[in-house]
Design a protein around this ligand. Sequence first.
Ligand code: DX5
Ligand code: ZN
Length: 227
Amino acid sequence: MSDVLIAPSILSADFARLGEEVAAVDRAGADWIHLDVMDGHFVPNITFGPPVIKALRASSPKVFDCHLMIAPADPFLEAFAEAGCEYITVHQEAGPHLDRSLQAIRNLGVKAGVSLNPSTPETTLEYVLDRLDLILLMSVNPGFGGQAFIPSVVEKVRRVKAMIGDRDIRIEIDGGVTPQTAPALAEAGADVLVAGSAVFKGGHEDAYRENIAAIRQAAEGALRKAA
Ligand code: DX5
Ligand code: ZN
């Protein structure tokens, strides 16, 4: 298993300086850039859409990991692909035709992800596993940064890992990830850790570097201990 990737969520960045913030977390050691798109309908908050993501592309060459918390998602998939996202993740709960959404994402030449809210069982993914590149397990209810981690996700990671077997599917965790919660997640089999408030606290690049390193060390320390 490769090392755990850290994906800072720019939801916790300074929105007045978004391009600089993306460049700063890139230099500070981010593996991916996590982009939280919210519509005020599927989740009770509104953030940004394709034009903002397109503008941010110039600030970092790292993987743009787009988390769509919008319903419907299908009419907008092409715009997010054109904006430069490498992964597009839709919510299982956001529409009735998950199989179709996943096919549409891959047909755009983009990697396809599904996100599950904390209350949604992983068995709902059983028949789409071969259409998936990423499973994003929410460890908070989507909509806001800085919420408390929901511990039942750790067992869910284990179940998802067993379910995907040897398929090339990444398991990503989103919500309440900190150096305290990262070890159990890594040990259970998470590959990508999203962190918003735990990365952007401090408000400048040196703090971001320390924050990212602290999460990474906590996760990798747990993996070494388990090996
Ligand atoms: C929540 C978003 C998360 C959020 C995580 O709906 O999907 O990506 O930014 O924030 P923290 O890390 O602060 O819990
Ligand atoms: Zn997210």
